[in-house]
Design a protein around this ligand. Structure first.
Ligand code: ADP
Length: 419
């Protein structure tokens, strides 16, 4: 099959508009530059990460129809750095002729956890047992049914673990549900999954129907926030990896996703895979692709929403580890510039991506990728199945990210004593 004929004027450059001015938009703009494009951004303020770097910024709220119309005007596609735009507004934009990617009927599955659970159930995808909640007594009924601890989740609006409560016991579960219901917040209940670890299957899909999957990764969370990603997931069986990739591609297809889709997974203690969450945008679990894959998730997202042929998703190294830089509880005295300087002095291979955000405790302000070398440097073969090799890369990624957060070396190294 040859390329689909394109209708755009041969001299014009396509315009992708993104709702939200966060780091995902900033890094998508970075990818747009290489394609000869500029990302147009709807940003809540001039200091947001993407507004600092794109020359084409509309200032406004993602809940304001006029601001959405303004950013979408003349754009080839309207896409997202977060999933918080109300569906009614997106439906209105579609009715006015805007190409919304992913389309609202797909995006709803990344916005509403109950809609998502029901759809995945209907598609026969593996998910934790769950129930909708209308009354606090539903907690007792559900707990009796599953015979184990429950998790309470707000149906809408959660991210980075906000809106997720792993209840200690039945009494606390009832109390939490009661509180949400009293505030008019819709919640669902899930079984607490006995898990070995969390994985993510990242894929992309174009309107033409092409799909592409990156290697399945392991994600590590602390306090509900992703802190580390190991690509590919170490020690994952070929069968499980292939099944997770196939699941990601199938869901992208069945839901009609356009762009990047992250399928967050639990690997249970008995080795099964369950779908936790869907995100329809570039995702933290794909930041490693900026340095560790032939096509980054940001470029791929643009290619997908513009219906270009998708890029090669192969890994460039046996293992790449990403460490998130989170704002420290106490902002270090040392400036970020000086921290970066010292990091580069000690770890010349660290690939640093800073978002231009102020430091606040727990806030994602950047990430570091460590791309594994072709040999294990004394640690045996360079392979995701070599625990020592993987541990070495993880240690380096954590050391770099922790340094940028805290201005402290995890191994107690003191640069000055080596002067
Ligand atoms: P968010 O939408 O805020 O990202 P998630 O649904 O992804 O929320 O949940 C955040 C974290 O809470 C997950 O990464 C996982 O560590 C934990 N979690 C969520 N659901 C369950 C569950 N059913 N069982 C055990 N842990 C869970």
């Amino acid at each position: 099959m040859g390329p689909v004929p394109r209708t755009r004027d041969s001299s014009s450059v396509p315009v992708v508009a993104m709702v939200g001015g966060g780091q995902l938009a900033r890094m998508t703009h970075q990818a747009a530059i290489a394609l000869g494009q500029t990302l147009r951004v709807l940003s809540a303020g001039p200091d947001e990460p993407a507004a600092q770097v794109s020359p084409d910024v509309v200032l406004g709220a993602h809940t304001d129809l006029d601001a959405l119309r303004q950013v979408a005007a003349g754009a080839d596609a309207l896409t997202f750095d977060h999933e918080h735009v109300p569906t009614a507004l997106l439906d209105q934009l579609v009715a006015e002729g805007v190409t919304v990617a992913p389309p609202p009927q797909a995006l709803i599955h990344a916005q509403d956890k109950l809609v998502m659970r029901r759809k995945l159930e209907a598609l026969g995808a593996p998910i934790p047992r769950y129930t909708a909640v209308t009354d606090v007594d539903d907690v007792d009924t559900f707990a009796a049914r599953i015979g184990g601890p429950v998790v309470i989740k707000t149906v809408r609006g959660g991210y980075d673990g906000r809106g997720v409560v792993l209840a200690r016991d039945l009494a606390q579960a009832r109390e939490v549900v009661q509180g949400y219901l009293a505030d008019g917040v819709e919640v669902l209940l899930e079984e607490r999954v006995a898990m070995r670890r969390e994985l993510s299957a990242l894929v992309a899909r174009s309107p033409f129907g092409q799909g592409a999957a990156w290697p399945v990764v392991q994600t590590v969370q602390r306090d509900g926030i992703c802190v580390e990603v190991i690509a590919p997931a170490p020690g994952l069986s070929g069968d499980t990896a292939a099944a997770a990739e196939a699941l990601g591609l199938r869901l992208a297809d069945e839901l009609g996703v356009v762009g990047v889709l992250a399928v967050e997974l639990f690997e249970t203690t008995d080795g099964a895979i369950l779908v936790n969450e869907l995100a329809m945008r570039p995702h933290n679990s794909g930041h490693w692709t900026m340095d560790g894959a032939r096509t980054s998730q940001f470029e791929q997202h643009l290619r997908a929403v513009l219906d270009y042929p998708l890029g090669d998703t192969g890994a460039l190294a046996p293992v790449t580890v990403m460490g998130n830089v989170l704002g420290a509880a106490q902002t270090p005295q040392m400036s970020m510039d000086e921290r970066v300087h010292h990091l580069f002095g000690r770890m010349p291979d660290a690939k640093v991506h800073m978002y231009g955000k102020g430091e606040r405790p727990g806030r994602k302000i950047g990430h570091v990728n460590i791309v594994g070398g072709p040999n294990g440097a004394g640690a045996g073969p360079a392979s995701p199945d070599n625990a020592e090799y993987v541990a070495g890369l993880r240690e380096r990624a954590q050391r770099a990210a922790h340094w940028l957060s805290h201005a402290q070396w995890t191994d107690g190294w003191d640069g000055h004593s080596h002067d």
